[in-house]
Design a protein around this ligand. Structure first.
Ligand SMILES: Cc1cc2nc3c(=O)[nH]c(=O)nc-3n(C[C@H](O)[C@H](O)[C@H](O)COP(=O)(O)O)c2cc1C
Length: 378
């Protein structure tokens, strides 16, 4: 493990251990993948300000996200099919997040169900909601999240229509994978993944199958999404969702100042500046490049979080410096999970924590809550 020092190291190990179809599902963006690349690249253009001869003892990364204490401002983003990166992936990632003192967000499109994750955790996790045409099913999902003691609902606003990822089409993405010759050959090269997967019953979308009317087979994710996700979803729906949920609400997928102002008016607790990890509107700007404008637009009326392209603690520090109260990682924890299961998610979080701590110190700050634009080189 001593050679696994960066998120990129975990990515390379995951590439070897996870079947191509699922590794590609994580490591892809929509169409040309230009926004996916920009999310990462734009962090590199932001430079930090080196400070010296300041007391660096007793540092703390502790802060809050939507009023909840977090050991560092990094949550695990909701990701679909996480239980295909590694058997029982959502349960393992939630346990790793809980032990690390950071929030875990369970996707509607997870393999392990809300109840599965609740059964192996002791602290509340967050639940991400996709809104389907079948509103009874949506209300039922919200009720299940309440019953599982979830402490925040994350409403994803940027995926009512699916952006195309060419790799998923070419690979024939499905969960569980179809037993074609090509897939069998690919899986045969990944015995650890297969052994773990044979040891679990959780191989399809357990939030949905058995709960949504008439859904027995969801294996073709893209056609199911096209049929079931509600393209009419609008700002008016946020009000009834907020009311039915009755708890903390986070709106995810805001990339525009005007939308950010609208979100602030809904009375939600936070927004996530996000382009879905470059998986939806290819050609959109990177999340980090939009963050300062959105922070300015909402002017403190709503808490601002950000995701997309964070691959290191330096990236987290830059996001906080630009006004984010919290950040989320998607692919970094998925690579950890695919590489080494729960231990890999823990390692991904440790890598980011260590980088964040040292970077903060070298910028002359001892507390993450004191970090602001002054740590950036202009
Ligand atoms: C494989 C994968 C699946 C995703 N599934 C979901 C999902 O089900 N719901 C959601 O709101 N966002 C989903 N996202 C977007 C993430 O929540 C997050 O916005 C994105 O991963 C952040 O970018 P990063 O991966 O560069 O950290 C997914 C992202 C990836 C990579």
């Amino acid at each position: 493990m001593s050679h696994l020092l960066t998120i990129a190291d975990l990515k390379e190990l995951a590439r070897r251990r996870v079947p191509t179809m699922f590794f590609d599902y994580a490591d892809s963006g929509a169409w040309t993948e230009g926004t996916y690349r920009a999310n990462e690249e734009d962090f590199a253009d932001i430079k930090l300000r080196q400070r010296v001869l300041v007391d660096m003892t007793d540092r703390s990364l502790e802060t809050t996200m939507i009023g909840e204490k977090v050991s560092m401002p990094v949550a695990l983003a909701p990701t679909g099919l996480t239980g295909m990166q590694h058997a029982d992936g959502e349960m393992l990632a939630a346990q790793a997040a809980e032990a690390a003192g950071v929030p875990f967000t369970l996707s509607t499109m997870s393999i392990c169900s809300i109840e599965d994750v609740a059964s192996v955790t002791t602290k509340p996790f967050w639940f991400q909601l996709y809104v389907m045409r079948d509103r009874d099913f949506v209300r039922n999902l919200i009720d299940r999240a309440k019953a599982a003691n979830c402490s925040a609902l994350v409403l994803t606003a940027d995926l009512q229509i699916l952006g195309q990822r060419h790799k998923d089409v070419r690979n024939g993405l499905s969960a569980p994978p179809k037993l074609t010759l090509a897939n069998l050959f690919d899986m045969a090269l990944r015995p650890r993944w297969c052994a773990a997967m044979l040891g679990t019953q959780r191989r399809t979308f357990r939030n949905i199958v058995g709960h949504a009317k008439g859904v027995g087979d969801l294996s073709s994710l893209s056609s199911w999404t096209a049929e079931q996700f509600d393209p009419k979803l609008s700002w008016d729906d946020v009000a009834w969702i907020k009311e039915h949920w009755g708890g903390k609400l986070i709106i995810k997928g805001i990339l525009d100042e005007e939308d950010a102002r609208m979100a602030a008016k809904t009375g939600a607790d936070a927004i996530i500046v996000s382009n879905h990890g470059g998986r939806q509107l290819d050609g959109a700007r990177s999340s980090i490049s939009m963050l300062p404008r959105i922070v300015e637009a909402v002017d403190g009326r709503i808490e601002v979080h950000v995701d997309g392209g964070i691959r290191s603690g330096q990236d987290v520090l830059k996001a906080v410096a630009l006004g984010a109260q919290g950040t989320y990682i998607g692919r970094p924890f998925l690579y950890g999970l695919g590489a080494m299961g729960r231990e890999g998610v823990t390692l991904a979080l440790e890598i980011i924590r260590k980088e964040l701590d040292i970077t903060m110190a070298l910028c002359g700050k001892r507390r993450i809550t004191d970090v602001d634009g002054s740590v950036l080189a202009r």
